[in-house]
Design a protein around this ligand. Structure first.
Ligand SMILES: Cc1cc2nc3c(=O)[nH]c(=O)nc-3n(C[C@H](O)[C@H](O)[C@H](O)COP(=O)(O)OP(=O)(O)OC[C@H]3O[C@@H](n4cnc5c(N)ncnc54)[C@H](O)[C@@H]3O)c2cc1C
Length: 495
């Protein structure tokens, strides 16, 4: 079934009661919707803004085991993620690239240390391995990346990991879940739980598009709200104490010519023990990330000045680059839904996940990472099957092919001649409702070049207004709010 919002909304309102209602349309929620629909359950998913509008469009774009977690001794977590990496490569055919990552090395002990770690990484992948880690000589490294000469490299390790378009994969999960029978609706917020005898039996929702409030009934309700999941828990139980310790990460985006050659770069340890990547992506290069503990959860988190300075400074110092503020094409920030630990440093908090149920039956899924979304969904369905009241057999989705036939969604909005048809298609079949939906996630223009996104926003708004039957005031409002949003993707003084 196409993601056509009016049709999906009608099914949502009239098609209940549901077996499972999932709240949150990021990687976690969409993965669970797919898994539940594959198991034959009557499944609904509600997303308050847009599919992947939260953390799931703001990642480093890696499908990976996570080399740095090896240093923290998280061998099982890495092995699990490496298995999922391979499955995703198969299931999202052509949409996960097997990519080379270079770790520049300056000292002999570091050559030995990282060499052992990366060989273990290869070993843990077992039969899911993608080629072997190899040593690249100083001559070859400098031949490809002359700026590394300045930092005195003796060579580099090259290992393999995956690269993907996160928002596009999210849409692929939504389309696949819909094909398997799930009903999914964006711009619709869960506002209150309905309970009978202390047990959750439904959810009160607000349709942000019309302002209507309505209720649906569901036997099981799943909280997949990522960094906002503690807030949803408090709707269920006002005394709920935070289980998450969200951490912000930002990326700076530059033109492709800052990084020559075909490989991504990884600095394994910055001043404060973080890793920093430079990843070629959709015709640009992403440099990041940071790990800053945050107190407030915002739908549109903003990069802090000190984070921008940190990334620029470290890329220049550790990679011999000469990046300047005015070269930044876009800055985007995301919040990691990390599970609380006793550690102060969020960079060391676990990236694994947990599934549990509240006293009133709300199923909570926390933590994890994009790469392991399928395993998180599998664990959630197994938890639900054990707990009742639904009786079903979880499906095996390890080889389920995802609906990813929307073509390459690159950097640019389509050229002026095809822009209109691209907007119309996205509105009719991909539930694209706003200028932000189109320019940030159906296409990635806002993330890659915020000025380019601003330039086409009025035309996108005009086409969307025609598709959705909206008036001039709506069109102007869309351009205005998108202009305000895009300002946060441009560091100060760039506009
Ligand atoms: C900087 C950074 C880099 C990362 N890089 C990688 C990487 O390279 N590879 C990797 O595997 N992982 C990476 N991750 C981790 C990964 O992106 C996240 O673990 C994953 O996207 C979390 O998905 P989620 O669905 O749990 O949360 P989200 O994507 O945030 O989804 C939650 C959704 O719930 C919705 N919601 C909230 N409240 C309500 C409500 N009341 N009603 C309805 N909907 C609601 C929100 O709008 C949101 O869309 C990175 C994370 C960050 C921050």
């Amino acid at each position: 079934m196409a993601l056509h919002r009016p049709t999906m909304m009608q099914h949502l309102r009239e098609g209940g009661p549901w077996d499972v209602c999932i709240i949150g349309g990021g990687a976690t929620g969409l993965g669970i919707a797919l898994e539940a629909a594959a198991a034959g359950l009557k499944t609904a998913l509600i997303e308050s803004i847009d599919f992947a509008q939260g953390t799931s469009s703001r990642s480093t774009k890696l499908v990976h085991g996570g080399v740095r977690y090896l240093e923290q001794g998280k061998v099982a977590l890495v092995a699990e993620a490496l298995r999922e990496r391979d499955r995703l490569m198969h299931n999202a055919r052509g949409h996960v690239d097997d990519y080379g990552f270079l770790i520049p090395v300056k000292r002999r002990w570091a050559q030995f240390y990282y060499g052992v770690g990366l060989r273990l990484y290869d070993l843990l992948a077992g039969s899911h391995r993608w080629g072997r880690t190899e040593w690249v000589s100083r001559k070859e490294v400098i031949g490809r990346l002359p700026h590394l000469e300045q930092i005195g490299v003796i060579g580099a390790w090259r290992y393999r990991d995956g690269r993907f378009n996160d928002a596009d994969l999210a849409l692929g999960l939504a389309c696949t879940a819909a094909r398997l029978g799930a009903v999914l609706v964006n711009h619709c917020r869960a506002e209150r739980f309905i309970k009978e005898g202390g047990t959750i039996t439904g959810v009160e929702l607000r349709d942000a598009w019309t302002g209507d409030t309505f209720s649906i009934q569901s036997k099981v309700v799943v909280n997949a709200c990522g960094p906002a999941s503690d807030a949803l828990c408090r709707l269920d139980d006002p005394t709920h104490e935070d289980r998450l310790r969200p951490s912000q990460g930002i990326h700076l985006v530059f033109d492709a010519d800052i990084l020559k050659g075909d490989d991504a770069l990884l600095i394994p340890k910055t001043d404060d023990g973080r890793v920093l990547f430079a990843v070629p992506w959709l015709g640009k290069v992403l440099v990041g990330t940071t790990d800053t503990a945050v107190e407030t959860i915002q739908a549109e988190p903003r990069a802090l000045e000190e984070e921008i300075t940190f990334v620029l400074d470290h890329a220049n110092r550790f990679l011999g680059m000469q990046l300047r503020r005015e070269d930044i094409r876009s800055v985007f920030a995301g919040l990691r839904p990390l599970i609380q630990g006793r550690r102060d440093n969020t960079a060391k908090l676990s990236r694994s996940h947990e599934v549990e149920s509240s006293a009133s039956g709300l199923i909570q899924v926390r933590g994890g990472k994009w790469t392991t979304y399928r395993k998180m969904a599998e664990d959630t369905l197994q938890f639900i099957a054990k707990r009742g009241p639904l009786t079903f057999k979880p499906a095996d989705t390890s080889a389920e092919l995802l609906d990813m036939d929307r073509g390459e969604r690159g950097m640019h909005p389509p050229d002026p001649e095809s822009l209109e048809s691209a907007v119309r298609l996205a509105a009719q079949e991909e539930m694209c409702m706003t200028v932000d939906d189109f320019l940030a996630r159906r296409y990635r223009t806002l993330f890659l070049d915020a000025l380019a996104a601003l330039a086409v926003a009025p035309e996108v708004a005009r086409c969307l207004a025609e598709e959705h039957g909206m008036d001039d005031a709506w069109t102007q409002g869309q351009v205005q709010s998108f202009t305000q949003l895009a300002a946060h993707y441009l560091p100060a003084n760039t506009l």
